[in-house]
Every structure is written in structure tokens, then in C-alpha cells.
Design a protein around this ligand. Structure first.
Ligand code: AMP
Length: 565
């Protein structure tokens, strides 16, 4: 397929903000699409979401490529970028200039674009930058201005056309199933089970809903996890879920999804990253203490002190997720315990549609509890407020975050924030926000960024809610430092103005705060008073950060509390 057709589609979809119009445009495009791999490009990817191979091109490399492909001095490219703020638009502009002086060019196809982009993550070692540069330049020299715009945006991972997986789901429904709303759930299930839009598209294209129903979970392919909604009081939890319900510890660790088939165990984070190599002891626990030929378990890994066995907070073990060396030492120093709270697949059969109480019973049947290795999540089933409160207190005393309340009859909904699973944490308020800007420090912090702008999420947009510096350390030995954050953020810079910088939203942090106030200073309309940094959330995807709506709920709740003392 000609890449120009895809570029036209991107243009058309960006030209409207109306959801239904977007769906209509997607549906028309899908009807004429032959190459299923183009489905990945629709969302700016080159592989399915769970695949860890990412294009990963920095703005700096994109600038070099634009400069080389269009014969423009790179300083001029940077200047223009600072003026326009969108590096894709810069590529479009200089490609237009070049086009006016040269006539020849090849026709770019989506196959060629995918071929070159897919080579990028494979490159390693000496000469990588040069090789990457020539793969990108090859595409850009053949590109028309509008193609250059979307190529560069795809390269830097910022397509900006305002469509999501759900837009594509509705597009498929309209294109191949006459918009029959009864089928929406089935398409969603096929997407949940595969996490691969190309596969779903290929099957849906034939128009037989039966074929989509046959798409099952597969061991080894990561699944998006089910997410919880927040409530403030146990009473609200009972009201929403009905009684009795299951109450579990809300463990302060990180989510680990465990796949097993015969002797092979694979571990995924909630970001769908494969972390099997980092946790050899967990593989061993699963093989030794869980019965079954094949299964997928949902769990929380928590850390404990190697001598005192006291449970520790997430931050103290977070380095185990990323670290690829000294694994054995880390395993000894920062041991983890696996707390299993759900099961999604067992011995060849999906468990997603089974009620939670049945799934829990299955967990109890197949896991032999081995404290400090692998256990079932602590759970009570009750409708009694006193018992629930006692359990909550116990969870906090055991250094955990709070409790989860779960509907006993609920099915498992991958990737959705559902009202059947509720989280309750104590009043100390905390949020997960993304860093979207910063200011360079002065004095002993000069050279480092020292004040970080935090944003929450509203749909696809990120809105500022405050700035944080407190809680970040001067020295790396003491914890997450200004230096470490500066290093992580530098490759993400999209705009600079004097001491101020703005970033691609990527680095997620947990912060506590004292109060939320209305504020004209930030574009969310809210400001956090006394925010304090508590942790880097490398385990969380952007889609799971605090939303504007949640901030508004926290604000209302805080007002209510004041009123009632
Ligand atoms: P939050 O990260 O605040 O949105 O809270 C939801 C997270 O709590 C889940 O994604 C899990 O990682 C974690 N969690 C801890 N204990 C449990 C549990 N018993 N059931 C479900 N999730 C849990």
C-alpha cells in the first residue's frame, strides 16, 4: 500500500475532534485495507502493543535525519523546532522546500516504512547511530511533505491524531459488522485475548463473528490487567458491591502476571514487559508450589527485609524490575514474596468469564502457601463493617497500602478500570502523575533540573496540576536524586525556553500532597499544595496515571471531610 494513502488517513482523522466522525473515517479506511500490519501503524506502532521492540528514536536523531534528508543545516532545524514546537511539522516544512528544488523521488510504501522501522530496534553496538540515521534518511528522502510529517511523528512516538484502540474497535464494528452493538463486546474480547489488532482485523474482515469468538487467551502473550476504582470508605465499598464481598490486602508492591506452560514460566509487568530473567526465584516458586499444566496468575510481588522479614514499600524493590545484571545478589538482598489474587487461565481453559469466587477457590486449590515465597493474597469474605475495619487495620499494620474490595460474582475484564474491584487507602493522599516539564536549578543544583511539573490525564491529554522538588534527594545514594531524574528526562525534551523545559510524557512518579486547591496557574484548573515525591513508578503505563476526574473526586471528598470535621 502507498504510504501516501495512510498519510491521507492520518490527516483526515486529525481534521475532526468528533468521536463518531473519527470512527467513520477509520471504518472506511479498514474496508479497503489489505495489509494487516498497517493496523500497528494506525496507533503509531510497528508491532502489537505487548511486543517490547519499540522504534525509540530521540528528537536529536530525528533532527539529524531531517537535516540530512532535506539538506538543511541542523541548527536551522533546531531553531524551527523551537519556534513551531512540533518536530513533524518541521520535517514537513523542510521537505516542501527541498521538493521545490528537486523533482525526483521514489514512491514510499507502508511495507518499506515498516521494513526500515522494524530494523531500528534490532541495531546494537558500534555504528548503531549511523545505521539508524541512514535507515530513517532513506525513508525521508522519498517522502512527500505530508508523509515526512507523519513519518517523523511515528519515529518519535507522538502521532497526535487523536485515535485510540477503542476508536479502532468501533471502526471494525462499523466496517465489518454493520455496527451491530451486540458484537462490540465480542470484538473487545478478541482484542483483550490477543492484544493484537492485526489479528483481530484479519479475522473480523471475513465478517463472521463466530470466528472472533474462537480467539482465546494464549500462554506467553501478555494480557492487560484489570484495574480498580477508588472509594474512600468501606461503607461506600459495600454499597457499590453488595454484601458479602471479598476483601483483600492491597499489597504495596508491583503487579506480576505469571504465565506457565509445562516447564516454562514467563513473568510480565502491568506494562506488558517480560521480566522473567530478573526474577529467577519466582520461576522456581511457581514450578515448585503451583499445581497445573498451564495457567495465568495475577499477583502482586512485595519486598521484605532479608533479616527481619518485615515487609517493605514498593520503592525499595523497584530496582529489581529493570536491573539486568547482578541478579543473584539483588535476589538475596531484596527478596520478594508473590501474593496471588486472581487466575485468568487454567489447564487449557480461560477463566475470565468465571465468577471471582470460583477463581479464588481455584487459586486456593492449586497453590500451596509458602510464606516469603508464594501465597494466596490474604482475603476475608464479609458484609460486616466491623470485621472489614479490623482487616483494614491489620493490612496497614502489616505495612501494606490498604484493602481491595471485590464483587464475588464479577468476571475478569482485562485492561478496564472496573467498579467490581475497589481500592481503599488511608487518608494520606497520593497520586501517580507524569512529569511534563521542569526548571533547571541554581547554586548546588545548577546543571540539574530541580523543580518538576506534574500532570494528570484527561483522555489523551496531560494537564498540569503542580510542581514538585521536595522528596527528591541531592545524592543518588540516598534514593531518587535530581541527577537521576535529569538524566532520565533529557532525552524526552520537546521544548526549551531559558531555564524551562517540556517533555514527552513518559516518566511517572508517585506524590503525596496535603490539599487540592482550585488554581488558575495550571491548565487543569487545580493545584496540589505541598506535593512530595515518594517513588518513581517504572511499573505503571501512562494510561494508568491519575485522571482529572479522580482529582476532582479527591477535592470534593476533602471538602466534605472539612465540613464534617
Ligand atoms: P493503584 O496502583 O493504586 O491503582 O492500585 C491498584 C493496584 O494494586 C493493582 O494494579 C495491583 O498492582 C495492586 N494490588 C495490590 N494488592 C492487590 C489485590 N489484592 N488485588 C488486586 N490488586 C492488588
Amino acid at each position: 500500500m502507498k504510504y501516501s494513502k495512510l498519510a491521507e488517513f492520518y490527516e483526515e482523522v486529525s481534521s475532526t475532534t468528533k468521536r463518531l466522525e473519527k470512527i467513520d473515517i477509520v471504518s472506511k479506511f479498514l474496508k479497503h485495507l489489505d495489509n494487516k500490519e498497517v493496523m500497528y501503524l494506525l496507533l503509531g506502532d510497528i508491532y502489537p502493543e505487548y511486543d517490547e521492540r519499540r522504534i525509540g528514536i530521540s528528537n536529536q536523531l530525528a533532527i539529524k535525519a531531517i537535516s540530512k534528508a532535506t539538506g538543511t543545516d541542523s541548527k536551522k532545524v533546531v531553531q524551527e523546532w523551537k519556534a513551531i514546537g512540533d518536530i513533524g511539522k518541521v520535517a514537513e516544512k523542510f521537505t516542501l522546500h527541498k521538493r521545490q528544488s528537486t523533482l525526483h523521488s521514489h514512491i514510499l510504501t507502508t511495507e518499506k516504512v515498516l521494513e526500515n522501522l522494524r530494523k531500528l530496534p534490532e541495531l546494537e553496538g558500534k555504528g548503531t547511530v549511523g545505521k539508524k540515521l541512514s535507515l530513517i534518511t532513506e525513508l525521508l528522502t522519498s517522502a512527500t511533505p505530508i508523509e515526512a510529517l507523519y513519518l517523523v511523528r511515528t519515529l518519535i512516538g507522538d502521532l497526535r491524531i487523536g485515535i485510540q484502540e477503542s476508536t479502532i474497535k468501533y471502526g471494525i464494528l462499523k466496517a465489518f459488522f454493520k455496527n451491530n452493538k451486540d458484537y462490540e463486546y465480542k470484538i473487545q474480547q478478541a482484542i483483550d485475548n490477543t492484544n493484537d489488532l492485526a489479528i483481530v482485523f484479519e479475522i473480523a474482515k471475513k465478517g463472521k463473528i463466530r470466528d472472533l469468538e474462537k480467539v482465546q487467551l494464549e500462554i506467553g502473550k501478555p494480557i492487560k490487567v484489570m484495574l480498580a476504582q477508588k472509594v474512600v470508605k468501606i461503607e461506600d465499598g459495600f454499597k457499590a458491591l453488595g454484601t458479602p464481598c471479598a476483601i483483600e490486602y492491597k499489597y504495596d508492591g508491583f503487579r506480576l502476571i505469571i504465565h506457565k506452560q509445562r516447564n516454562k514460566v514467563i513473568l510480565f509487568t502491568r506494562r506488558l514487559e517480560n521480566v522473567t530473567k530478573q526474577f529467577p526465584e519466582v520461576v522456581e516458586y511457581v514450578l515448585k508450589y503451583v499445581k497445573g499444566d498451564s495457567f495465568i496468575l495475577d499477583s502482586e510481588a512485595i519486598g521484605y527485609h532479608k533479616k527481619t522479614k518485615e515487609y517493605t514499600e514498593f520503592q525499595s524493590i523497584s530496582q529489581r524490575i529493570r536491573r539486568k545484571y547482578d541478579i543473584e545478589k539483588l535476589q538475596k538482598d531484596l527478596p520478594v514474596e508473590i501474593n496471588v489474587f486472581d487466575i485468568l487461565y487454567y489447564n487449557g481453559k480461560s477463566q475470565l468469564e468465571e465468577p471471582f469466587k470460583k477463581r479464588t477457590a481455584l487459586i486456593k486449590k492449586i497453590i500451596r502457601n509458602h510464606p516469603y515465597k508464594i501465597i494466596h493474597a490474604k482475603q476475608i469474605i464479609t458484609g460486616n463493617i466491623k470485621k472489614a475495619k479490623e482487616f483494614y487495620k491489620k493490612a496497614l499494620k502489616d505495612n501494606q497500602e490498604g484493602i481491595m474490595m471485590k464483587n464475588l460474582n464479577a468476571t475478569y475484564k482485562p485492561g478496564r478500570r472496573v467498579g467490581n474491584m475497589l481500592k481503599i487507602k488511608p487518608e494520606e493522599r497520593d497520586l501517580d502523575l507524569v512529569i511534563t516539564g521542569a526548571e533547571y536549578g541554581t547554586g548546588k543544583r545548577s546543571g540539574w533540573m530541580s523543580s518538576f511539573i506534574l500532570s494528570c490525564r484527561k483522555g489523551n491529554k496531560y494537564l498540569e496540576v503542580g510542581k514538585v522538588g521536595t522528596g527528591i534527594k541531592e545524592k543518588s545514594e540516598q534514593g531518587v536524586s535530581f541527577e537521576e531524574l535529569t538524566k532520565k528526562l533529557k532525552p524526552l525534551i520537546i521544548k526549551e525556553e531559558g531555564k524551562k523545559v517540556w517533555f514527552k510524557p513518559k516518566i511517572i512518579v508517585s506524590v503525596t500532597y496535603q490539599e487540592i486547591q482550585k488554581s488558575p496557574n495550571y491548565n487543569s484548573g487545580w493545584a496540589l499544595r505541598f506535593p512530595r515525591f515518594t517513588a518513581l513508578r517504572i511499573d505503571k503505563p501512562l494510561s494508568e496515571i491519575t485522571t482529572l476526574e479522580e482529582i476532582e473526586i479527591d477535592f470534593k471528598h476533602q471538602k466534605k471531610n472539612y465540613r464534617y470535621g
